[in-house]
Design a protein around this ligand. Structure first.
Ligand code: CO8
Length: 258
C-alpha cells in the first residue's frame, strides 16, 4: 500500500516505517497519524513481520504535532475529535516489538511517539523534548506520563516545565533511550537489532513484550504472577520444544511462531 506521509519497506521479517514529511520536520498531522496507525496495524497483522522499526530523517524523527494544523482549533474541536487519541491508542497497543530509531529532533508528539515504541535507539545527534508549554499547551500523548515512568519525576518535571531539549547522552543516562550510536550507524544498528528479534519466535517476543509492559500497569505481585503463568504457557508452544532442542543439539533454532 502506498502512503502519502510514510515510506514502508518489509524485508527479512522486519518492517521499516519511515516518517516522510521533510518540509515540516516530520511534524505529525492528522494524515500522518492515520497512515501511521494503519501501517503499524498492517505490519502487526502480517505474519511476514516479526519486528517493526519506526524512524524519521537525519534531521528529525518528528518535531512534534503539526502546529499549523492545530493553531486554529478550539477546545470543542479537539475534545470531540479526540485529536490523535484513537491513532495513539492503536499504536501503543501494537503487539509486535516496535523499535524507534531516533536521529535529530524528537519533540512533543514526536517524543511521545518514540516513547510508545518498546525501546529507543538514538543517534548521537538526537534531541528530545516536551516543549508544549512554550505553545501554551500541555503534552497530550504521554509526555507527562510515559516520560515520568521512563526518567522519574525530577527530569520529567524539568522537561515539561522548562521545555528544554535533552541531548542523546543525557537521554541514555536517565534511561529514556536504550543506547546511543554514531548518527551514521543509526539505521544499521536499528536494523541489526530488529534482525536479532526477527530470528526469535514472534509468539514468544509478543509474550515477552506483554510481560514487560505489565510492569507499568499492575502491582509487583500481580506482575510476577502474570510472568510466571506466561512462563508456564510457553511450555505449550512448539517454539519452546524447538528452542530447547536446538540448544541441546548445538544448532540454530528455526522458530515457526507456533
Ligand atoms: N509543526 C509544524 N511545522 C513544523 C513543526 C511543527 N511542530 N516543527 C517544524 N516545523 C516546520 C517549520 O515551520 C518550518 O517550515 P517553514 O519552512 O514552512 O516555515 C520547517 O518545519 C523547518 O523548521 P525550522 O525552520 O523551524 O527549523 P529549525 O532547524 O530552525 O528549528 C526546531 C527546528 C527547533 C525543531 C523548530 O522547528 C521547532 O521548535 N519546532 C516546533 C517544536 C515544537 O514545539 N513541538 C511541539 C509541538 S506541540 C505537540 O507536539 C503536542 C503533541 C500532543 C498532540 C496529541 C494530543 C492528543
Amino acid at each position: 500500500m502506498a502512503y502519502e506521509t510514510l515510506i514502508v519497506e518489509i524485508e527479512d521479517y522486519t518492517a521499516l516505517i519511515r516518517l516522510n514529511r521533510p518540509e515540516a520536520l516530520n511534524a505529525l498531522n492528522a494524515k500522518l497519524m492515520q497512515e501511521l496507525a494503519a501501517a503499524i496495524g498492517a505490519a502487526d497483522r502480517n505474519d511476514k513481520v516479526r519486528c517493526i522499526v519506526l524512524t524519521g530523517s537525519e534531521k528529525a524523527f518528528a518535531a512534534g504535532a503539526d502546529v499549523k494544523e492545530m493553531a486554529e482549533k478550539s477546545f470543542t474541536d479537539v475534545f470531540f475529535d479526540d485529536l490523535f487519541a484513537p491513532e495513539a491508542d492503536a499504536i501503543a497497543r501494537t503487539r509486535k516489538p516496535l523499535i524507534a530509531a531516533v536521529s535529530g529532533y524528537c519533540l512533543g508528539g514526536g517524543c511521545e511517539l518514540a516513547m510508545m515504541c518498546d525501546f529507543i535507539i538514538a543517534a548521537d545527534s538526537a534531541k528530545f523534548g516536551q516543549p508544549e508549554i512554550n505553545l501554551g499547551i500541555v503534552a497530550g500523548m504521554g509526555g507527562t506520563q510515559r516520560l515520568t515512568r521512563a526518567v522519574g519525576k525530577a527530569k520529567a518535571m524539568d522537561m515539561n516545565l522548562t521545555g528544554r531539549f535533552m541531548d542523546a547522552a543525557e537521554a541514555e543516562r536517565c534511561g529514556l533511550v536504550s543506547r546511543v550510536v554514531p548518527a551514521k550507524d543509526l539505521m544499521a544498528e536499528a536494523m541489526k537489532s530488529a534482525g536479532k528479534i526477527a530470528q526469535k519466535s514472534a509468539l514468544t517476543a509478543m509474550v515477552v513484550k506483554e510481560c514487560v509492559n505489565r510492569a507499568f500497569e499492575t502491582t509487583l505481585r500481580e506482575g510476577i504472577l502474570f510472568e510466571r503463568r506466561m512462563f508456564n504457557a510457553a511450555f505449550a508452544t512448539e517454539d519452546q520444544k524447538e528452542g530447547m532442542s536446538a540448544f541441546l543439539e548445538k544448532r540454530e533454532a528455526q522458530f515457526r511462531d507456533r
